[in-house]
Design a protein around this ligand. Sequence first.
Ligand code: PLP
Length: 401
Amino acid sequence: ADYVYGPGRTHLFVPGPVNIPDQVIRAMNRQNEDYRSPAVPALTKLLLEDVKKIFKTTTGTPFMIPTTGTGAWESALTNTLSPGDRVVSFLIGQFSLLWIDQQQRLGFDVDVVESEWGRGADLDALEAKLRADTLHTIKAIAIVHNETATGVTNNLATVRKLLDTYGHPALLLVDGVSSICALDFRMDEWGVDVALTGSQKALSLPTGLGILCASPKALEASKTAKSVRVFFDWKDYLKSYKIGNYWPYTPSIQLLYGLRTALDLIFEEGLENVIKRHTRLATATRLAVEAWGLKNCCQKEEWFSDTVTAVVVPPYIDSNDIVKHAWKRYNLSLGLGLNKVAGKVFRIGHLGNLNELQLMGCLSGVEMVLKDVGYPVKLGSGVAAAAAYLSNFTPLIPSRI
Ligand code: PLP
């Protein structure tokens, strides 16, 4: 039996990797090239300029590294910090936990601020720490903008405000893996020092590019940061930018052409429209969840994520069965509950290249699965709630007006 292909399209609704647009797949279907020819540096130069737009930075320096989000984390940390440096980090779900684990293994002194899973970063605790830290022992604040495991979005503007209020010079390092290019993200305005994402999330590319932007302050810090780094050293990139060949080592040619097309699609739609589309699809999803009589893992509206919704199931249902069954019967991929919320939640990823009717397909699939696993769902209830909302708020396709 072939486990991958069935008739029609797979409904891929995990919060990354996400659906790749056909145009991007076609753009990547090409031969390798000599990356030292003039063509690849020319392509790269423009890509570097254009990725800054999705971070909303004009002063940041971008790095595109052949890696994943985890590598981008490591690059952000090792280029700006020295072993033993105090880092305040927020534990709110599996991805913030993994980043904290990496920070500890790299030898930083991690001051962990923990919240219940389903809640946002405890910014009152941050305020207390900043107020007390008159000697400026905190070298960095590390925060995951959107915790993909629980569907919780942290308020970065408030973090910046707190740093400014206390005149604190700590670097602000932000994981934007499941936010950048989907949620409102403002690197310059929020004074983010390093922001990072991975290609397989909202950019809707294959996995394999870690994309970072470093503020002038972060670049300055990299000149004295003592963490050991080789593959991830920004210095090697900066040197190749200066020479004009742009790559210290071999990039994936296909991913670069894919990124070109992915950015073209995003700019054609308009970044602000992309963000609004994510809000619309997320709102429809949340209305469906409510209509099913289920709870959002995210406890407060102020933290609701517009890229992923973690849905809490009743105690008599194992959420792993929902995910397994959705895949086996309907060719629908949903996200598992991770670690503390394993078995308790399943996740609907609604990010990247996705439209209203694709989402409706997913929501109707979830309803059928809920019925199949014995949850007393009224078929059509979530779909009706989402449809009522989307039929009011889906804009006309601009090219067809
Ligand atoms: N950060 C967040 C918020 C994520 O959601 C993920 C992956 O899902 C990662 C980091 C790790 O990224 P990767 O799996 O590309 O290394």
